[in-house]
Design a protein around this ligand. Structure first.
Ligand code: MEZ
Length: 589
């Protein structure tokens, strides 16, 4: 019997009878009972913060995720959109397991092995100032050219670029898995002048890209940053493709006048595609990537030049890494309730579509050493987060053709307007929610919709009347909405709300609806940066040795970000930050 089957059989035995292996309340005790500490650990025991050896051991005995996939389960955590992450992210050796899926979903996961294990205090609650000061006083335990903080798309792109430029790189990530918010992004990456646009006959220009982003941001964006984003966006797509990502499909996002959001073919979500690619490239480049490693302080010398950071590692404790330059790629603060309550109190009770990692650490770290902030209180609500959930219903669904109606079944705005306007409009509807409705054509075309179906988020009817019945919409109103909309598709002109792109009519049964409401999605404000991705101080001068990219920064998106510009930001400015951080490190060796 293969070990993987043996173990699941044991887990079932434990759960059903409480016999045989019942005394093992955690994974470590269980393995020690079976064999010895060496079934997981090296001898002598030395656990790296990434728990690399332990995870290799898990996979060598139990198989990799593909082998563990179990299609008999309603929800299979081993075949998730998080990709190939550490087993110990969820199956903690000496602690109670943590079912990370439930940070966003609410799966009824009863049969997780060792779920009765006693909870140990999580390793990274609170920052111990004494230990931070001791680590600084002890001096760097090791040194590198570039230290990148945060392993989402911006951090991976910065690391790969810095390494390519010839610098030594260490990439640290506080979570037990990499990917950040980028990993759960579903929409895609905006770019102008790509081969894909040419192949699809899309006429676009850098000027249009800039105008759309500025209009979306209500002209509050830093135009110099927007111009760089537009000019370098096609390069960004080519770079991801050169690393192995597929971005063949195109769709239109809200606020864009043409199709410029690049996505993987076959309707796959863009985040997992991009992050899996970047993870693999980082590994192939041998970049020292450390999980469970939280940066708790930026270290500066007397003239406020950044000379490294103090890291709190899960197993290695507090230590200082000396670095010629540091790149902050820590993401936004959309999951930090206190920061939301402070900067944007009107949104404090709103759900958030963000990954649990988006806690604003970079803002706090940079502020502490005198960085300036831009637009820090500007927070975007995405109009279509699953009502009463944290699951984003991607803008792609509207881009591919879904129609948005209120609780009675009436349209109230163009589905492709910008997010700020769509969110405001929903909040003015009765009961402050909306339905996205679509038919079987869209279901077949947009693969992600099958994911929502799998999560039981969709209402379904064989006819429009049946759909109205299931959702409580007014049948006559909904029927008129659908009939009017089909008329607009036929004539190519939405005379009601001026929607620009209507790729599908709604004629093919079954019909579907998903209930949505606005949720926190992107924090537009953050650390102030210039065009070289240098972080600026309160006098708007660069803080020497400190760079930043992605959602931790402010200025690029103005008051409201357009869909598809966040991933573009992480790639374009991640690469710029990596390049300049490497240059600085190599020039100051
Ligand atoms: O850029 C985004 O945030 C995006 C495209 C999100 C989405 O609706 O899928």
């Amino acid at each position: 019997m293969k070990l993987k089957y043996l173990v699941s059989a044991m887990a079932v035995m434990m759960l059903s009878s409480g016999t045989a292996v019942a005394k093992s309340t955690d994974l470590a005790t269980f393995h020690a009972d079976m064999d010895s500490c060496q079934s997981c650990h090296t001898k002598p025991i030395k656990v790296s913060d990434s728990e690399t050896h332990e995870n290799a051991q898990c996979k060598s005995c139990h198989g990799d995720y593909a082998e563990l996939a179990n299609d008999k389960l309603q929800f299979d955590p081993h075949a998730s959109h998080l990709g190939d992450i550490n087993c110990t992210s969820c199956h903690k050796g000496h602690e109670a397991p943590k079912f990370y899926c439930n940070e966003c979903h609410s799966f009824d996961q009863k049969d997780m092995p060792f779920s009765d294990a006693k909870k140990k205090q999580p390793w990274d609650t609170g920052w111990d100032q004494d230990k931070i000061q001791k680590a600084i006083a002890a001096g760097p335990r090791e040194s590198t050219g570039v230290l990148v903080v945060g392993a989402g798309s911006a951090g991976f792109n910065a690391s790969l670029t810095a390494k390519k430029a010839g610098a030594d790189v260490i990439l640290v990530e506080k979570a037990p898995f990499s990917g950040g918010n980028s990993m759960i992004s579903a929409g895609g990456i905006n770019a102008v002048g790509t081969k894909q646009q040419k192949d699809h006959g899309v006429d676009d220009s850098v000027e249009w890209f800039i105008e759309d982003a500025m209009k979306g941001g209500r002209q509050h964006n830093d135009k110099k940053l927007v111009t760089i984003l537009a000019e370098k966006s096609a390069d960004g797509v080519e770079w991801l493709e050169s690393l192995g990502a597929n971005l063949d499909d195109l769709k239109r996002s809200g606020g864009a006048r043409v199709d410029r959001t690049h996505r993987p073919h076959g309707g796959k979500s863009s985040g997992p595609e991009i992050i899996d690619t970047l993870r693999a490239a980082t590994k192939a480049q041998g970049i020292d990537t450390r999980l469970n490693s939280r940066v708790v302080k930026l270290v500066v010398n007397d003239d406020n030049t950044v000379v490294g950071a103090v890291v709190h590692g899960k197993h290695s404790g507090y230590y200082m890494i000396g670095a010629k330059s540091v790149v902050l790629a820590t993401g936004g603060y959309g999951m930090n309730k206190e920061m939301i309550a402070y900067y944007r109190p009107t949104m404090k009770d709103m759900t958030s579509s963000n990954n649990i990692t988006a806690t604003g650490d970079g803002v706090l770290l940079a502020k502490e050493i005198g960085a300036s902030m831009t637009d820090i209180d500007w927070v975007q609500a995405h109009p279509t987060v699953g009502k009463d959930s944290r699951i984003l219903i991607s803008e792609t669904v509207r881009g591919v053709g879904a129609v948005m109606v209120n609780k009675d079944g009436n349209r109230f705005i163009s589905e492709l307007t910008t997010r700020d306007k769509a969110s405001d409009a929903i909040l003015k509807q009765p009961d402050q929610f909306a339905w996205l409705i679509f038919d079987n054509q869209l279901y077949a075309k947009a693969k992600m919709v099958r994911g929502y179906d799998h999560l039981n988020m969709l209402y379904k009817g064989d006819t429009i009347e049946k759909l109205a019945e299931k959702t409580g919409m007014k049948a006559a109103d909904l029927a008129k909405t659908v009939s009017d909309y089909n008329g607009y598709v036929a004539t190519g002109k939405d005379t009601a709300f001026g929607r620009g792109d209507m790729p599908l009519n709604m004629t093919q049964s079954p019909y579907y609806a998903v209930k949505v409401a606005p949720g926190i999605h992107h924090t537009m404000g953050g650390v102030a940066v210039n065009t070289t991705a240098s972080v600026l101080d309160l006098q708007s001068k660069p803080i020497v040795g400190l760079f930043a990219a992605g959602e931790v920064t402010g200025g690029l998106h103005g008051y409201n970000r357009l869909g598809g510009n966040a991933i573009a930001d992480t790639v374009v400015f991640g690469r710029i930050a990596g390049e300049n951080a490497a240059k600085y490190a190599l020039d100051n060796k």
